[in-house]
Design a protein around this ligand. Structure first.
Ligand SMILES: *[C@@H]1O[C@H](CO)[C@@H](O)[C@H](O)[C@H]1NC(C)=O
Ligand SMILES: [Zn+2]
Length: 337
């Protein structure tokens, strides 16, 4: 009886996630995801390469305000190696302000590269990847009871993307996660982590962000995500990055290192990327406006040249006339004398 229950459960779990094993590289790699998970071949996929000069400044984007992040309850939080990433479960008491509906937290997880190869983040800004990326996953709790109910619905999810780069000092907020990785080295292992201030995982200034409509970056790639990618990055130390890259295994027996778990940027297609801010030095003038300005300056210069020429000619004529009259007067004076 127990056996049958377990068997049914296994079948059910496989049916729920499409039933297909997936990886980033190799025979079940990202190019083959659409074969088993059709939505991965959709036209609004994530991540993307954000081109800042093509992003549209929108002054009406409301500021993002995380609530409850400083104190996510008193219960320990589950930290889980699921074979694809390290994931921290979060209670629905944390939520985001800045959307038409309330989005509460469900989990956060990371994406990273591998020792000796650049990159590791999923999103890029102006074709530049960083070493890693944090995703904090929220769902619309006004409309749906659970994350899985919201996950395949339009605008069901809101995910924050935080780009992580290497800096000089150890990041103590990220250390709350990284210091436990050795307890969950193998796939399906779990541990618990004392609650800590999650606000400190975010960039200090949250005012500059990009917003676009996209998808989960892993199968089944549902196109249900309101993405927010912060312009400001956070930093972890080189040692911390190394720990992230070299501690976890994607398998139950220690054979495959869990690394390079980042999807390549996807085509933007017809989508718009909004920016909450004006970029420095760009986006003030479009190419057309620059061309107009150039022609304006040229015409202005020509007019000025013409004006100078005309004035110069007038002065010369006047001087000639004066000279003539001097000659005439002195000639008359001579005859009269
Ligand atoms: C996302 O899609 C909705 C329509 O489904 C649209 O109203 C909204 O403006 C889009 N957001 C962005 C950032 O393009
Ligand atoms: Zn992710």
């Amino acid at each position: 009886m127990l056996f049958v229950t377990v068997l049914l459960e296994v079948i059910w779990i496989h049916a729920a996630d499409g039933g297909q094993h997936w990886t980033y590289e190799g025979p079940h790699g990202q190019d083959d995801w659409p074969a088993s998970y059709p939505e991965c071949g959709g036209n609004a996929q994530s991540p993307i390469d954000i081109q800042t000069d093509a992003a549209t400044f929108n002054p009406e984007l409301p500021a993002l305000q995380p609530h409850g992040y400083e104190q996510p309850g008193t219960e320990p939080l589950d930290l889980h190696n699921n074979g694809h990433t390290v994931q921290l479960s979060l209670p629905p008491s944390l939520y985001l302000e800045g959307f038409p509906r309330r989005y509460v937290t469900a989990q956060l997880h990371l994406h990273w590269g591998q020792q000796g190869s650049p990159g590791g983040s999923e999103h890029q800004i102006n074709s530049e990847a960083t070493a890693a990326e944090l995703h904090i996953v929220h769902y619309d709790s006004d409309s749906y009871a659970t994350l899985s109910e919201a996950a395949d619905k339009p605008h069901g999810l809101a995910v924050l993307g935080i780009l992580i780069e290497v800096g000089e000092t150890k990041n103590s907020a990220y250390e709350h996660i990284l210091s436990h990785l050795h307890e969950i080295r193998h796939k399906d292992q779990k541990t618990s982590v004392p609650p800590f201030n999650l606000r400190e995982l975010l960039p200090p200034q949250m005012g500059q962000f990009f917003r676009y409509n996209g998808s989960l970056t892993t199968p089944p790639c549902y196109q249900s995500v309101l993405w927010t990618v912060f312009n400001q990055r956070v930093q972890i130390s080189r040692d911390q990055l190394k720990k992230l890259q070299e501690t976890l295994f994607s398998t139950e027996d220690p054979s495959e290192l869990l690394a390079q778990n980042h999807r390549a940027p996807q085509p933007l297609n017809q989508r718009k990327v909004l920016a909450s801010f004006i970029q420095e030095g760009t986006a003030e003038f479009t190419t057309g406006e620059m061309l107009g300005l150039g022609v304006g300056i040229l015409v202005g210069c020509l007019c000025l040249l013409l004006a100078v020429y005309l004035i110069a000619r007038k002065i010369r004529k006047k001087r000639l006339r004066n000279q003539k009259s001097v000659v005439f007067t002195s000639a008359r004076a001579a005859t009269e004398a």
